[in-house]
Design a protein around this ligand. Structure first.
Ligand code: MLT
Ligand code: MN
Ligand code: ZN
Length: 316
């Protein structure tokens, strides 16, 4: 299995277009030869098991830029096929703007499969702009929670990539929040993590992709125990950093994310679960781990975590 980080940043990207915070300013003035933090695009990964057919996990508003930056996703001319792409489908972990807006980039009458929970698919169905993905060409596949399922290629052949969606603590997409409802109207199918493996053989390595997660209850910890690779919600370093930096009025918890630091943070939570490789992804522009050498970055690296960066590749 090959996994490429297309976008390591959270919604808004890094730097964010309207952010004059110190860290974003240093990324705006990016000089490839300096130690300034590198710009990162918005949240997505691409995965293949056969090296030819790639699935997106989340479709970021930066998808076109991500495809340009990723040779494995460029169309390769083949006899008789002027319009074709290694991209064969997309799997969504929620209906957040940073995870669905890229679907609009995938118009152009191209056969693809689109997989998500019935709840997330219903959000797309309710918004007619997503009909630019012509339903005659882009098949929708509802995935039931906790059921391993092999993704299909657009022509129906098996892809070899097995995914299992599972609910994680979180909340409904910001743009769908109902301020009058309990938990803003969130249901378990609103936010999921994904377990991925190559199912063409037995006992193959497992990777988990969980870009949004508000806490780790015991059953989630148990599920992740012994994983070969974990890509996990690295939105903020401290719960109140957006407030402390004067960038907003919401805590990470209010946004459906758990902070990295603190007694209940992900650093403390994941020590001792026997996970071979742990990587923070979906990193907000306020998070100091984006700056190499910062105390926060050193803290996570000393604890055995890596920090995702656009273009990074993992082979399992
Ligand atoms: C999130 O990850 O919390 C969302 O992407 C927030 C948003 O939609 O702006
Ligand atoms: Mn997000
Ligand atoms: Zn900023």
């Amino acid at each position: 299995m090959r996994l490429i980080v297309l976008g390591a940043a959270a919604g808004g990207g890094f730097p964010q277009w309207n952010c004059a915070c110190e860290q974003c300013q240093r990324a705006f003035s990016e000089n490839p030869h300096s130690a300034e933090p590198r710009a990162q695009t918005q949240s997505s990964i691409a995965v293949t098991v056969d090296g030819d057919h790639w699935f997106l996990f989340n479709a970021s508003p930066d998808l076109r830029q991500q495809i340009l930056a990723t040779p494995a996703l460029h169309p390769h001319p083949r006899a008789g096929e002027k319009r074709q792409s290694p991209l064969v489908g997309a799997v969504l972990t929620n209906a957040d703007v940073d995870h669905i807006a890229g679907l609009l980039t995938l118009r152009e009458s191209h056969p693809l499969s689109l997989s998500a929970t019935p709840r997330v698919l219903s959000v797309l169905r309710a918004n007619s702009v997503f009909n630019v993905l012509n339903p005659a060409l882009v098949s929708r596949h509802p995935l039931m929670l906790d059921h391993p399922q092999q993704l299909a290629l657009p022509d129906g052949r098996p892809s070899g990539l097995e995914v299992t969606l599972f609910s994680v603590p979180g909340k409904i997409a910001l743009w769908l929040e109902d301020p009058t409802a309990a938990q803003f109207g969130s249901v378990p199918e609103d936010t999921v993590g994904v377990r991925l493996r190559d199912c063409r053989a037995a006992n193959t390595p497992t990777a988990f992709y969980i870009p949004g997660c508000a806490s780790v209850p015991p059953e989630l910890a148990e599920r992740l125990c012994g994983a070969d690779l974990l890509l996990f919600d690295g939105t903020t370093y401290t719960d109140d950093e957006m407030i402390a930096q004067g960038l907003g009025h919401k805590t990470a918890a209010r946004m459906g994310h758990m902070a990295i630091s603190g007694d209940t943070g992900s650093l403390a939570t994941f020590s001792g679960l026997g996970i071979a490789r742990k990587v923070y992804i979906h990193i907000n522009n306020s998070n100091p781990i984006l700056t190499i050498g910062s105390p926060a970055r050193r803290m996570v690296e000393d604890a055995g975590w890596a920090v995702a960066s656009d273009g990074q590749e993992y082979i399992l």
